[in-house]
Design a protein around this ligand. Structure first.
Ligand code: GDP
Ligand code: IMO
Ligand code: MG
Length: 424
């Protein structure tokens, strides 16, 4: 039995979906434990592209059970659309399960997300406007609606009416927006309930049973360490805990069952939305990386901000997640640059620091210290072993391992699941 966790170590979009799809080949169960459809996970298999937002990236493997855990917030309309799109592509979605404790994203969450962003003005977070933050806020506020409530007509109607009394007042009186009619929400969501009912169950029981039977379980991180509510660049973060610790609370499995934690990162760094980014290249280098790596959001289509790889961030991610392995992507992309920079530390107030400060004011004083590497402008997409990589690529990867103190086990040299080096 092996229980593996795959998480993002930067600001998201590191290529987690691609590695989940690969590792799912020998996993019995793949589980999403945090976030919602703010995530966009891309898989390219046999030339076909799949963009998944809620359904775990193990779904392409016929025998794999895919679980949406209790820590996820679920927009039922988006989920149903995703199920239908996969079915249209010939993917079997019968082995999908949804936790009865997962919270439901409601229409007022999406509207609140938009109105709050407008109200923040120039200090906006740049959210995906999918209602994620307001849904988690309601969970904490104890007025959220869970999947078990969605499929109970009486309780659902009661909760919608109780919520709308307050939500409509806030939307209309505080934000000057338009409120909602309870009956139409109840009618719309009762249709979703009918479709989703067969998938909803106590998934924590399913997981524990699988552990007892010695099955292989894979946890699929969404978002990333620096978007984590506690460990990210607060307040420019998402509203859940995408770090490895989120597995236990977001799926209902104890920490003793976790064997390995893979930290995924790109050979450079990208970020969508607002917030600090010490190695950002808001210049022609950043533009070049964006075009070479095609850095446009899988969920919102927004251009991603791009910059150099930051080993200070990776070291921090290794610590807070307990990483046992690193998985790099876009080694093909970065090699196309003539010169590559890697941030090894920061200079703050004249002192060298190798930690990531909590205070954004302190962080803004951090100037990256770089080491420079030569690129390797050759097609490496078919390379299958570390030894066959160009010498310049090997030097770059070895230096990253040395700085972070964790071994690189997976190397991405292209978009397709085939373009992967598994290091022995
Ligand atoms: P996720 O959110 O972490 O699953 O990542 P996304 O799917 O949002 O973004 C990763 C992007 O990089 C997608 O367009 C992938 O197809 C692409 N990708 C992943 N790995 C590689 C790689 O090794 N090389 C190249 N060129 N593209 C990659
Ligand atoms: P995957 O799983 C990149 C960012 C948003 C915004 C902030 C808060 O594909 O890596 P939210 O809508 O969550 O309240 O937005 O978090 N964000 C992501 N950025 N990849 C993601 O997911 C993201 N999910 C949220 O852009 O800055
Ligand atoms: Mg993504």
């Amino acid at each position: 039995m092996a229980t593996r966790v795959v998480i993002g170590t930067q600001w998201g979009d590191e290529g987690k979906g691609k590695y989940i799809d690969i590792l799912a080949a020998d996993s019995d169960i793949v589980v999403r434990f945090s976030g919602g459809n703010n995530a966009g996970h891309t898989i390219v298999a046999g030339g076909t592209k799949y963009a998944l937002h809620l359904i775990p990236s193990g779904i392409l493997h016929e025998g794999t059970t895919c679980i949406i855990g209790n820590g996820v917030v679920v927009d039922p309309a988006v989920l149903i659309k995703e199920i239908n799109e996969l079915k249209d592509k010939g993917v079997n979605t019968d082995k999908l399960l949804i936790s009865d404790r997962a919270h439901v994203i409601m229409p007022y969450h999406k509207r609140m997300d938009e109105l709050q962003e407008i109200a923040r003005g120039k200090d906006n977070i740049g959210t995906t406007k999918r209602g994620i933050g307001p849904a988690y806020a309601d969970k904490t506020e104890r007025c959220g609606i869970r999947m078990c409530d969605l499929i109970d007509e009486e309780i659902f109607a009661e909760k919608v009416r109780a919520n709308l009394r307050i939500k409509n007042a806030i939307i209309e009186k505080v934000y000057g927006g338009e409120g909602f009619d309870a009956d139409s929400i109840i009618a719309e969501y009762s249709e979703y309930a009918k479709i989703l009912k067969k998938y909803i169950t106590d998934t924590s029981v399913v997981l524990f049973d699988a552990v007892e039977k010695g099955k292989n379980i894979l946890f699929e991180g969404a978002q990333a360490t620096f978007l984590d509510l506690d460990f990210g660049t607060y307040p420019y973060v998402t509203s859940s805990n995408p770090v490895a610790g989120g597995v236990c609370t977001g799926a209902g499995l104890g920490p003793v069952f976790i064997d390995e934690v893979y930290g995924v990162f790109k050979a450079y760094t990208s970020r969508v939305g607002a917030g600090p980014f010490p190695t950002e290249q808001n210049n022609e280098i950043g533009d070049k990386i964006r075009e070479l790596g095609w850095e446009y959001g899988t969920t919102t289509g927004r251009p991603r901000r791009c910059g150099w790889l930051d080993a200070v961030m990776l070291k921090y991610a290794a610590r807070v997640n307990g990483l046992t392995a690193l998985a790099i992507n876009h080694v093909d992309t970065i090699g196309k640059l003539e010169k590559i920079k890697l941030c090894t530390a920061y200079i703050k107030d004249g002192q060298k620091v190798d930690y990531f400060p909590a205070s954004l004011k302190e962080l803004s004083k951090c100037e990256p210290v770089y080491e420079e590497f030569d690129g390797w402008n050759e097609d490496i997409s078919k390379v299958k072993s570390f030894d066959e990589l160009p010498d310049n690529a090997k030097k770059y990867l070895k230096r990253i391992e040395e700085l972070v103190g964790v071994k690189i086990k997976l190397i991405g040299v292209g978009k397709d699941r085939e373009n992967t080096i598994v290091v022995d």
